[in-house]
Write a protein that binds this ligand. Structure first.
Ligand SMILES: [Zn+2]
Length: 486
């Protein structure tokens, strides 16, 4: 994401803990089988009930039948998962849905809704307990309305066209589907989105087919073959037009722009191959099988949804000097496809690993275009970061999301690293990161270890630790004159 408007937790409600049956709990079986409820959170420092314990999702298949203007929808999510403990019950994160039916391994399963800290918890009790390590399937049939009240914030963004786009980072995928809403659980996805005449559907991944129905609506099928966390869910039903292209390496590009404004946006999205080439020279091949921008009037921010960056129409103005500096934001979100989407923070306290590189490389792009100077930006950040460390936490230990500490502060950590090790070694650290940790979830500790491994320089361990976790800025290499009040 680009600015500070992230989906924060709503007012913390009283958490309803998963009910542990006191009576009738089976004794541990002779084979060690000891089914217990999975936890209602995975222990994210910033979002304690985000995600759920006891299983990992392998694949989500989402059928979503949305009616524009009324915002009603009916849906089915089918989940392939694997138990990571013996499970008597498990939770999904959800918010604002009417749950009609749940099955586990094809058998009807009792379920209950309770209030969690960032939405609701859907507790499912399989007819037969699940053994650790075994795959299982879950299907949830549900319905709702895009504008229905939620326990927490909503991830729905509405345009004047009566449609919607999803912007769910960091904790609101559960306003679209019951899911394991933590970045630490990445899965592959398929989507089946219906759109009436005059509307198009969009989703992460490749468009694999369309089926026209008797009522004139069309079901659009998409597949994302790479693993994606729920926070990067990018689905939409809008009055839009698909624009197609190809990168210089043959990557298919597909963009969705507002209907009737194709002439405005075609030259803008046509900048994407240059941006891709610029970043691929640094990080290697783009890590997904398709890319594009969804430009939508119902959104005012920019968000790196996997393979389909969402940007508001408000971005695309020339600056006071007549320069298209919105390209910096396009580069910011595209950088995230490597840093955040392909390599994903294990929990939200690691968010600087997303935003630091995105801010850094957007600033570098801006400098190379002659629009601004990296050193000026970094000196200004250095000047104010000590106060921000005190109020919001240092870049590697933020007390919340959306702050300068993880955005410009994260970029400042990278800038310091670059000055410390030199350009060549810095380029190797950053270029090998997405290759080494492709498809995985990572922590600051992984990054520190990676920098030491790539350079063979053990002094980078305390160096990065001071920058990431310290109460005050360390001296900036090469700039002893920089001060916290500069
Ligand atoms: Zn960002």
């Amino acid at each position: 994401m680009t600015t500070t408007r992230r989906a924060f937790l709503g007012q913390a409600a009283v958490a309803a803990a998963v009910t542990v049956p006191v009576f009738g709990a089976p004794a541990v079986a002779a084979d060690g089988f000891d089914p217990r409820p999975g936890s209602d959170g995975v222990g994210d420092p910033l979002f304690p009930t985000l995600g759920n314990g006891g299983y990992q999702v392998v694949h989500y298949d989402l059928t979503f039948d949305f009616t524009p203007v009324t915002y009603d929808f009916t849906a089915v999510v089918r989940m392939n998962a694997q138990a990571t403990q013996d499970l008597s019950a498990f939770n999904l994160d959800t918010d604002g849905h009417t749950i009609d039916a749940v099955t586990v391994n094809g058998r009807t399963a009792p379920f209950a809704l309770s209030l969690g800290k960032s939405g609701q918890e859907l507790t499912v009790t399989p007819a037969a307990p699940l053994h650790k390590g075994t795959p299982f399937t879950v299907a949830v049939t549900y319905r709702g309305n895009g504008k229905a009240p939620r326990a927490g914030l909503s991830g729905w963004k509405f345009g004047a066209d009566g449609g919607f786009a999803s912007a769910v980072q960091s904790s609101r995928a559960d306003t679209f589907l019951p899911c394991n809403d933590t970045p630490s659980d990445k899965a592959t996805w398929t989507f089946h989105l219906s759109a009436p005449e005059g509307y198009v559907a969009a989703a992460n991944g490749e468009l694999t087919g369309k089926d026209r129905r008797a009522d004139g609506s069309t079901v659009w099928h998409f597949a994302l073959r790479e693993r994606m966390p729920t926070e990067l869910l990018g689905i939409a039903v809008v009055k839009g037009t698909y624009l197609y292209g190809t990168s210089r390496t043959g990557l298919p590009l597909r963009h969705v722009v507002p209907q009737g404004e194709e002439d405005t946006y075609a030259p803008i999205v046509a900048r994407t191959p240059d941006h891709l080439a610029w970043l691929e020279a640094k990080f290697g091949r783009y890590p997904f099988s398709v890319y594009g921008l969804h430009i939508y009037g119902g959104y005012t921010d920019a968000l790196e949804n996997s393979t389909l960056t969402l940007m508001g129409t408000n971005w695309f103005k020339l600056n006071a000097d007549g320069n298209p500096t919105y390209e910096n934001t396009m580069v910011h979100e595209l950088t995230h496809q490597w840093f955040g989407d392909c390599v994903t923070p294990h929990d939200w306290q690691q968010a600087w690993l997303n935003e630091g590189p995105a801010v850094y490389y957007a600033a570098l792009y801006s400098e190379e275009r002659g629009w601004s100077r990296m050193a000026d930006k970094m000196k200004a950040t250095y000047g104010k970061l000590d106060a921000i460390r005190a109020s919001d936490g240092p870049p590697g230990l933020p007390r919340g999301l959306g702050g300068t500490n993880i955005y410009d502060g994260g970029a400042l950590v990278l800038y310091a690293l670059q000055l410390q090790v030199g350009q060549r070694k810095f380029d190797r650290i950053m270029g090998q990161w997405p290759r080494r940790f492709k498809d995985r979830t990572v922590t600051s500790e992984d990054f520190i270890g990676h920098a030491v491994d790539v350079t063979g320089d053990r002094s980078l361990d305390p160096f990065l630790r001071d920058w990431l976790f310290g109460a005050v800025n360390p001296p900036m290499p090469g700039h002893p004159d920089w001060t916290a009040t500069a």
